[in-house]
Design a protein. Structure first.
Length: 522
């Protein structure tokens, strides 16, 4: 290796090494808790500098640090983002947990999560990818159970553990099939093999197992309940989980894009999982009052949309979605208290429901704005059907109150700002195609029609909920209960792996699945 390659490899591995060192120091160091937090911040800054330098040095001629490690442009960008979020969350945690016991254990687990995520982003081999993803889950388990006296936190961690172990088994099966067909566990070799010879039956099966594992790890329905119930964990843990860890499924699918491009059954399965999750979680979110629980259901819906984008071959848009969702959710959870205050003020003053005319016209105006940006840019950034999907998704920004206050001038201003928001979001979405992320889209038109139909159904439910709430009263009860999907999953989990960590006298009353448990968790 040349000197530039050595420097690049050192910068590339620096974040994982720094965070692994912090995880070890939290166990053996005799430093005070405050001193350890200061050390954490120093190592976080060093890791952040390493991520920035490795991204700046990334070039086609650069070589990774070994046969199992290699950085992609998207992986390098996400490594910088993850370390930035990790540094902010660590600084927030040092204040949030002041005076709490077991802060050393918390620091070690947080550093372990960050180190494992960095290894996952660098993985160029099945074994390293599976091991790193499993390590993320095990380190995160300690954070979810930080308050060991909270039954729902323990139940959520228990449910996640089972989903993770099942996902590990599916990933090992996918690796075995791919390795047997390709003759190597290298992801680069897999991409070259698919480009030259296409997909054999074993690789088709490998893609199906991969998609199923990602669905479990990304909290798609019906294995989504743990993501809602981790609201019992400390707020910075929720921020870490929703802004970083749960998004890893999108990165893994983009990493395996050469395999998915030719795997029709796997893409159809992924689209079904993604759309069902996005639609159902979106409807459930409409019935929630708690800010943190609404944010949690929003994450479930966004994961469904992101994985649907991967199924449709829109990898550039999925990458931008991943980055934007990470930044938004980190800010939303870390500022949840101020959001609660603002929501209470809105409740005191009341909010008018949208007018029937705006419900009907908003999708037309939003879609026209999307096509206008595309026409002015002269760029077919995505297929026509996805432009309609985005128009339906952003149409609520153009809803106008049925009883406007302030006259026609204020109504016109609201409409103008809504249109500017739609135009801005469209421009931002198109920017993903201009970023040098090394991604190549492979749109699937026959699947896009299904995505459009699902988005239209979701918008129709939103409109009916606003104007015909009485007709949907029974549906609201089911929606508030999450359609009882999590209850069925919880019963299955407790049958397969009975709970042994709850007090025998109160376990049935405190964590038994059912409507009561759902109500407490929400």
């Amino acid at each position: 290796m040349t000197i530039p390659d050595v420097l690049y490899s050192a910068c590339m591995l620096a974040p994982a090494v720094a965070m692994a060192a912090m995880a070890g120091m939290s166990r053996v160091s005799g430093m005070s808790t405050r001193g350890l937090w200061q050390l954490f911040q120093a190592l976080s800054l060093a890791a952040l500098a390493g991520s920035a330098l490795s991204l700046a040095m990334l070039a086609p001629g650069m070589h990774g640090a070994g046969a199992m490690v290699n950085a992609t442009p998207l992986g390098a960008v996400l490594a910088l983002l993850v370390q930035l979020l990790g540094s902010v969350i660590a600084a927030f945690s040092s204040r949030y947990l002041e005076g709490e016991a077991n802060q050393r254990r918390y620091m070690g687990a947080l550093a372990g999560v960050l180190a494992s995520v960095h290894l996952l982003l660098l993985a160029d081999h099945w074994l390293l990818l599976i091991a790193a993803w499993a390590a993320v889950g095990m380190a995160l388990q300690r954070l979810l159970c930080f308050y060991s006296d909270r039954p729902f936190a323990l139940l959520a961690a228990h449910k996640k553990r089972i989903a993770d172990r099942l996902a590990d088994g599916l990933l090992l099966g996918a690796m075995g099939l791919a390795w047997w067909d390709v003759g190597s566990g290298s992801l680069t070799a897999l991409s070259a093999h698919v480009a030259q010879q296409g997909l054999s039956l074993p690789l088709q099966a490998s893609a199906v197992l991969l998609v199923s594992a990602v669905a479990l790890r990304t909290a798609l329905l019906p294995a989504h309940g743990w993501l809602i119930q981790v609201m019992e964990a400390p707020t910075p843990v929720s921020a870490l989980l929703h802004a970083g860890v749960v998004n890893l499924g999108g990165f893994v699918l983009i990493r395996f894009a050469p395999l998915l491009d030719h795997a029709g059954p796997a893409r159809l399965l992924l689209l079904a999982f993604g759309l069902a999750t996005a639609v159902l979680a979106g409807m459930v979110m409409l019935t929630r009052i708690s800010i943190k629980v609404r944010l949690a259901w929003s994450t479930v819906a966004q994961m469904g949309f992101m994985l649907a984008e991967c199924a449709l071959g829109l990898y550039s848009l999925a990458a931008l979605h991943l980055i934007g969702h990470s930044l938004y959710k980190a800010h939303a959870f870390l500022s949840a208290s101020s959001v609660v205050r603002q929501t209470r003020l809105h409740a005191l003053h009341g909010e008018a429901s949208p007018s029937g005319a705006s419900l009907a016209v908003a999708p037309v105006l939003a879609t026209a704005a999307v096509f206008l940006v595309l026409a002015l840019a002269g760029l077919a950034a995505w297929p026509w059907w996805w432009s309609l999907v985005l128009g339906l998704a952003w149409a609520p920004l153009l809803w106008l109150p049925a009883a406007p206050t302030g006259g026609a001038a204020r109504t016109a201003a609201q409409l103008l700002f809504g249109l500017l928001a739609v135009l801005g979001l469209t421009v931002a979405a198109m920017a993903a195609h201009l970023l040098p992320l090394g991604l190549r889209d492979a749109p699937a038109g026959h699947l896009g029609v299904l995505a459009l139909a699902a988005m239209a159904a979701l918008y129709l439910c939103q409109a009916l909920l606003q104007k015909r709430a009485r007709l949907l009263s029974r549906w609201r009860r089911w929606s508030y209960a999450g359609f009882y999907l999590d209850e069925a999953y919880t019963r299955l989990v407790l049958q397969l792996w009975p709970v042994r960590w709850a007090p025998a006298s109160s376990s049935a009353a405190r964590i038994a699945p059912g409507p009561a448990a759902n109500k407490v968790s929400s």
